[in-house]
Write a protein that binds this ligand. Structure first.
Ligand SMILES: [Zn+2]
Length: 260
């Protein structure tokens, strides 16, 4: 089996019951550490609920991501430009980013927009965005390269989250991120595999924790350091103070749709 990221040899790593009934092979690349399943024939069943019911971290994660990316976009990108949240789920992150003051739009072919109604991105998607964000979606990709190409067709900068495992250490089957129970996590990355992916598309790769950036831009190390160290609190408070939140502006805009 060839690695879906670097094309080197990937060996059978283990197999495990997915959705409590399908015995699924997991492969691991010896060159970049990427782990992926055999052809995922069980996905129709896995996606009966678009957002898996055991994702208890959804709200907390969105709050964290909104703070960190607000700092990133404020410091290193055009804060007045348009942004897109791809595979944006219920629209929680899009709403939060608009509340902070970024002109964010939502897109998700598989989920209902509950919180960012009125701010769905115009389709077909155009390359007008400063950055496209996509959180907790890379691990769902059957073909990571094809999906990344779609994202890069919308923006030169892709900001995403996915939990990484360590290339140098064996990965325990018990790692919660495998999520055998819902069967949706079929691509599991290392820092090395993301680095290879960025290089293939001629992008710079930045990472802090489980948040990653592929971009054509150079982000100075000092800015990255500031975001990492203070993005959750002091720097975020500063950015929020400097930005003009869109909560009320959007409220009046949405009111124009009432009683039509
Ligand atoms: Zn590989």
């Amino acid at each position: 089996m060839n690695c879906k990221i670097c094309s080197n040899n990937a060996k059978l790593y283990f197999n495990e019951l997915v959705l409590n009934k399908y015995k699924v092979d997991y492969f691991r690349c010896g060159h970049c550490g990427f782990i992926f399943t055999e052809e995922p024939y069980w996905l129709d069943e896995a996606y009966k609920l678009p957002i898996n019911i055991s994702d208890t971290g959804l709200l907390f994660r969105n709050m964290y991501l909104a703070k960190m990316t607000a700092c990133l976009f404020y410091l290193s990108f055009n804060k007045d430009g348009k942004y897109l949240d791809y595979a944006g789920g219920y629209g929680v992150y899009t709403r939060l980013m608009r509340d902070i003051g970024f002109d964010f739009y939502w897109n998700d072919p598989f989920c209902k927009n509950l919180f960012a109604t009125g701010f769905a991105a115009a389709e077909p998607l155009q390359k007008i965005y400063q950055a496209v964000t996509t959180f907790e979606s890379f691990e769902h990709f059957v073909s990571p390269k094809e999906e990344l190409e779609k994202l890069l067709a919308v923006s030169d900068t892709v900001v995403f989250s996915t939990n990484l495992h360590n290339f140098l250490q064996p990965v325990e089957k018990e790692w919660w991120y495998f999520s055998f129970g819902h069967g949706q996590h079929i691509s599991l990355y290392t820092k090395e595999s993301l680095s290879v992916l960025a290089e293939q598309y001629n992008k710079r790769f930045y990472t802090f924790g489980d948040l990653h950036i592929f971009t054509g831009k150079e982000i100075p190390a000092l800015k990255m350091y500031l975001i990492k160290r203070t993005g959750k609190h002091i720097l975020y408070e500063y950015v929020r103070h400097k930005m003009q939140g869109k909560t009320m502006e959007d409220h009046y805009y949405m009111k124009t749709f009432e009683n039509r």
